[in-house]
Design a protein around this ligand. Sequence first.
Ligand code: NAP
Length: 283
Amino acid sequence: MTQLRGKPVTDAMAERLRAQADALRARGVIPTLAIVRVGEKPDDLSYQRGAVKRCESLGVDARVFAYPADIRQDAFLAALDTVAADPDVHGILLLRPLPRQLDEAQVLRHMPPEKDMDCLLTLNLGRVFCDDPTAAAPCTAQAVMELLHHYQIPLEGKRVTVVGRSLVVGKPLAMLLLRENATVTLCHSRTKDLPAACRQADIVVAAIGRAKMLDAAYFSPGQTVIDVGINVDADGNLCGDVDMAAAEPVVAQLTPVPGGVGGVTTSVLAQNVLRAAARAANG
Ligand code: NAP
C-alpha cells in the first residue's frame, strides 16, 4: 500500500505559486487574503493558523479580521463591507459555519464574487458546474484534484465513488471529476448498500465527517482511496473517515489523515488568491 502524502503535492505547488507571487510583487501588487472570523472556535483558529502560515510561506499576505461571537448582523455586514471594499484585499475567506444569529444567505450577498476564495456563492459554484475553466472551485474539492493529478492517477473512464454531497466538497468534486471523464457515483446518508457502491469503484473519495466509518467492508484490492475527513477519534486523536488500519491491507493507495488532503487545501487557497490578485492587476 502506498501512502499518497500531501507534502510532495504542496512542495510542487509551492515552486509555481512563489513564482507567481514574486511576479506580482515585482509589479507592485501584494497578493492579499482577508480571513474573516467570528468567535474563537478551535476548528476556525486551527484552519486560520494553517492558512496564514501557508500563505505567508508562498508570498501571499494574510490579514485576519476577527469579530466577537455575539456580533449582530448589521454590525457584521458593515465590517464585511469594509473588508470587501478594500482594493488591497484580493480574496476573502469567510470561516463558517457562522454563529446562529447571523443570516448566512444575507452575509453572502455582501461577498464580492471576485473575492470569494472558497466558492461559496451560487454564481461561482454555477461556473464550476458549467465547466468554466477560469472558475476557482472550492479549495478542498480542488485539493483532491491537485493530489490526483500530482500522483498521475488516471481518471478517464474510471469509476469514482464520492461519499458526501456537500456544496463545499462532494458535489463540486463530482463535477471536477466528471469534467475529466471519470464515471462518478455520488453517495450520501440515504444511499442503499454504501459498502457495495464503494467496493465497485476504482477510486473512493470519503468526505463524510464520521471518524473511521469506512472499514474493510467498503474496499477492494487495487483501489485508490482519498480521505477528506478531518475528525477526532474516541482517544482524542485526529483521524479521517477511513479506518486506515482496515483499509491498508486491502487497497493500493491511500491518503493519510493527518498528512494527506488537509495541507493541500491551504495551498489551493493561496492559488485562488494569486489568481484573483493577477486578475485585479490586469484590470
Ligand atoms: P457535511 O456538510 O456535513 O457533509 C457530509 C456529507 O456526508 C453529507 O452529504 C452526508 O449525507 C454524508 N454522510 C453523513 N453521514 C453519512 C453516512 N452515515 N453514510 C453516508 N454518507 C453520510 O461535511 P463537509 O463539510 O462536506 O465535510 C466532510 C468532511 O470533510 C468532514 O470531516 C470535514 O471536517 C472534512 N473537511 C476537510 C477539509 C480539508 O481541508 N481536508 C475541508 C472541508 C471539510 P446527507 O447529505 O445525506 O446528509
